[in-house]
Design a protein around this ligand. Structure first.
Ligand SMILES: NC(=O)c1ccc[n+]([C@@H]2O[C@H](COP(=O)([O-])OP(=O)(O)OC[C@H]3O[C@@H](n4cnc5c(N)ncnc54)[C@H](OP(=O)(O)O)[C@@H]3O)[C@@H](O)[C@H]2O)c1
Length: 276
């Protein structure tokens, strides 16, 4: 039995579907219910409650651990999984652990979970994704209503990763051998700028999408409506002045899956309905 946390999210959703389609017995964990494939059991649990996680994970062979938000205690979470008798853990953190070690929101918080996993003695594998292609959902409403994408740093390109590829790597690691102790950095196949993402969304819906460049200050003001200041500032640093490591394409998706990662245009085509 495999337990998937964050089971209704961008990564957890396709992961649950892929494992279920492969014949695995899957337990999907989130706080609220959502539509799941036939045969998948849903358990409502808050990961802030380590006892609830221990109870859900009892009897599981493997757990996919997604750490939602900030404020969870790394050792409580890993102790809960370990004391439940689980043997294999796949932990999703962030590329920021390596590229932004000085930032609590992008590096330090996730590093603490990686350290807790490494110190736990569990057979653990760490997935560190870069920015998700699905962050483009933030433009869905403006594309639907005015065929417009507004974003800062229109020509700064980053190799955003398709969450379905993160899920495919997670499924391979949860089901296969030889991944314990490994850390995989997950990116897309090529850097793609916000302007190019707008064009790809236009191609996906079959109508032109206009790109409007925001200043850093305009973007920051918008972000502060839904994220704390330090998170907004570091996110803007990543988007506007990425390090070489943040621009680099990682070979790890292809190494694990034996195929290239999906391009942003593929993600846009598969998710076009949200932008029509
Ligand atoms: N977006 C990026 O560019 C990016 C880059 C690198 C790393 N990451 C990391 O990726 C993760 C987000 O993954 P995602 O996009 O797949 O998630 P998502 O789409 O935001 O979905 C979050 C999932 O976790 C569940 N959840 C949220 N809070 C929970 C809680 N307290 N207890 C139990 N379940 C909870 C949600 O369901 P309920 O709300 O019903 O509980 C949902 O199933 C974060 O850890 C983030 O730091 C993201």
């Amino acid at each position: 039995m495999i337990v998937v946390t964050g089971a209704t999210g961008n990564v957890g959703g396709p992961l649950v579907r892929e494992l279920a389609a492969g014949g695995e017995q899957v337990v999907a964990v989130s706080r609220t219910h959502a539509e799941l494939p036939a045969g998948v059991r849903h358990v409502a649990a808050d990961l802030a409650d380590a006892d609830a996680l221990r109870s859900v994970a009892g009897g599981a062979d493997a757990v996919f651990l997604m750490v939602p938000g900030m404020g969870l205690a790394p050792h409580d979470l890993l102790d809960a999984v370990k004391s439940a008798g689980v043997r294999r853990v796949v932990l999703m953190t962030s590329l920021g652990v390596r590229t932004r070690p000085g930032s609590a929101s992008h590096g330090g918080y996730w590093r603490a979970f990686e350290d807790a996993l490494t110190g736990s003695g569990l057979a653990g594998t760490i997935l560190r994704p870069g920015g998700f292609a699905s962050n483009a959902y933030q433009w869905a409403e403006s594309v639907r209503s005015s065929r417009t994408v507004s974003a800062p740093f229109g020509d700064v390109a980053l190799p955003v990763v398709d969450p379905a590829d993160i899920a495919a790597v997670a499924a391979a690691v949860l089901r296969g051998d030889g991944h314990a102790g490994r850390t995989y950095e997950l990116t897309g196949p090529a850097p793609v700028s916000p302007r190019a993402q707008a064009a790809a969304l236009g191609a996906a819906i079959g109508e032109p999408v206009r790109f409007v460049e925001l200043s850093r200050a305009e973007a920051r003001a918008a972000m502060l409506r839904y994220m704390p200041e330090p998170v907004a500032d570091t996110t803007l640093d990543v988007l506007g002045e990425p390090t070489d490591a943040e621009r680099a394409v990682s070979p790890d998706v292809a190494t694990v899956l034996g195929r290239a990662p999906a391009a942003f245009a593929d993600w846009a085509a598969r998710n076009a309905a949200a932008f029509r």
